[in-house]
Design a protein around this ligand. Structure first.
Ligand code: SF4
Length: 370
C-alpha cells in the first residue's frame, strides 16, 4: 500500500495519546468498537496507511485520509551478529533524516529454541547527558521521539521476531539511545500502548525503564503506578567517580538518588535493578565493590554487572576477567544478588549509538556541555 504523505495540517494519529485518540474518534462519532479497530491498526498491526485498515468502511477510510495521517518509521538497515543479536537502524519521518537504533537480543534454550526475546529501544535522537563512556552521549541531543515512534520500534521488530522465531517479543528495555525519563510523557504513553491488549499486550512486568538517575521523574513514575520496572544506570559507587563519567551526578548526586530510590520502592514495593558497567582499573576495585554493596542495600535490588563494549575514542575499557571475579566474590559474600551480563553483538557495533554514529549522525546539540 502506498504510504500517505503529509501535505497539509492533517492530524498525525500517532502523536495523540490514548485519551486524545478517543476524543478524535468521538468527534467523528465513531462507535467504540471502531475506535478500538483504529487503535489496533495503529499499534498492533502497524498500519502505515488507511488503505490497510480493511475492516473500516470505505467511506470512513476516505474521511480519515482527508483529515489524518499515520506515519510509521522504517528500517534503514540492520546487522545480525553471530550470537543472534540483531541491531536495527530506524529511519524516522521528517526532513532531518534522523535515525535511531534498537537491538533485539535473543536467549536460547539448550535445544536451540528461542527463550527470551528482549528488545532494547531508543527514546531520543541522541542524548544530552554526555556520559563519557557512551557513543550516544558523544553525538549530543537532537530531539525526543514521540510515543508512536517508540512503539513502532517494538512493533516492527515484533513482526520480524514472530516470523523468525514463531513467538512474540518477551521483554522490552528502554536502554537504547537517549535518557528515557527525560522524555517522560512519551515513554510512559508508549509503555501503556505496549501493555494495552489492543496494542502489543505485554505485561508491564516485562518492561524495564532505565535512567541515569533523574530523581523527580523517578518519583513521578512511582506515583503513576505503571507497573513497569526501573533500572538505575549507576556505573560508579561514589560521587567522585560518578562525577567523572556521568555529568548528571554533579547536579543529582548519590544522596539525592538514594532518597528518590527509597521513595520509588516505598510507593511501588518493586525491587530495583542497578546497571554497573565494569571498567578496567576505574570502578572495579575491592573498595568499589564494597561501596556498591552498600548502595544495593538502600532498597531490595539486584545488580547487573555489565562487561563494557569498548567504544572508539573512549579511554575507559572493559574490565579484565580476574578483576571481575574478585568484584563478584565481594558482592556475593555480602549477600547481594548480582549477575554478569556479557556484551552481545560485539561483532556488529551493538553498543548504544555506535551504529548511528557510523551512519554519520554525529553532530548534535549537547545541552550537557552548554
Ligand atoms: S548512557 Fe544514557 S544518559 Fe548517558 S549519554 Fe548515553 S544515552 Fe545518554
Amino acid at each position: 500500500m502506498e504510504k500517505e504523505v503529509s501535505t497539509d495540517n492533517r492530524t498525525d494519529l500517532k502523536s495523540l495519546n490514548t485519551d486524545e485518540l478517543k476524543q478524535f474518534c468521538d468527534d467523528l462519532e465513531l462507535a467504540d468498537y471502531r475506535a478500538d479497530q483504529v487503535y489496533q491498526w495503529l499499534y498492533q498491526k502497524g498500519a502505515s496507511s488507511f488503505d490497510e485498515m480493511t475492516n473500516l468502511s470505505k467511506d470512513l477510510r476516505a474521511k480519515l485520509k482527508e483529515i489524518a495521517e499515520v506515519p510509521r518509521i522504517t528500517i534503514h538497515s540492520q546487522q545480525e551478529s553471530k550470537d543472534g543479536t540483531i541491531k536495527f537502524l530506524f529511519q524516522l519521518d521528517g526532513p532531518e533524516g534522523y535515525k535511531v537504533e534498537a537491538v533485539m537480543i535473543p536467549d536460547f534454550y539448550p535445544d536451540g529454541a528461542a527463550n527470551r526475546l528482549t528488545v532494547c529501544v531508543s527514546s531520543q535522537v541522541g542524548c544530552m547527558f554526555g556520559c563519557s563512556f557512551c557513543a550516544t552521549g558523544k553525538m549530543g541531543y537532537f530531539r525526543n521521539l514521540s510515543h508512536g515512534e517508540i512503539v513502532d520500534q517494538v512493533q516492527i521488530i515484533n513482526e520480524i521476531v514472530e516470523e523468525k522465531f514463531g513467538k512474540k517479543i518477551t521483554n522490552i528495555v528502554y536502554m537504547g539511545m537517549g535518557e528515557p525519563l527525560h522524555n517522560f510523557k512519551a515513554v510512559v504513553e508508549s509503555a501503556r500502548i505496549i501493555c494495552n491488549p489492543l496494542g502489543l499486550d505485554l505485561s508491564p512486568k516485562r518492561i524495564t525503564v532505565s535512567t541515569v538517575g533523574l530523581t523527580k521523574q523517578i518519583k513521578q513514575l512511582a506515583d503513576l503506578e505503571t507497573g513497569v520496572n526501573l533500572a538505575i544506570s549507576l556505573h560508579a559507587a561514589d560521587d567522585e567517580k560518578r562525577d567523572e563519567i556521568m555529568p548528571i551526578n554533579s547536579s543529582l548526586n548519590l544522596t539525592q538518588l538514594e532518597e528518590a530510590v527509597k521513595y520509588y520502592h516505598q510507593k511501588t514495593e518493586k525491587p530495583l535493578t542497578y546497571e554497573y558497567l565494569l571498567f578496567d582499573e576505574f570502578n572495579d576495585s575491592a573498595a568499589d565493590a564494597k561501596k556498591l554493596a552498600d548502595i544495593a542495600q538502600w532498597v531490595p535490588s539486584k545488580i547487573n554487572i555489565i562487561m563494557y563494549n569498548n567504544v572508539a575514542g573512549v579511554a575507559l575499557k572493559r574490565a579484565r576477567e580476574e578483576r571481575l571475579d574478585r568484584f563478584m566474590q565481594i558482592l556475593t559474600s555480602r549477600g547481594i544478588t548480582a549477575t554478569v551480563r556479557r556484551s552481545r553483538g560485539d561483532d556488529i557495533d551493538a553498543g548504544c549509538g555506535q551504529l548511528a554514529i557510523r551512519e554519520g549522525q554525529e553532530k548534535g546539540k549537547s545541552m550537557a556541555k552548554a
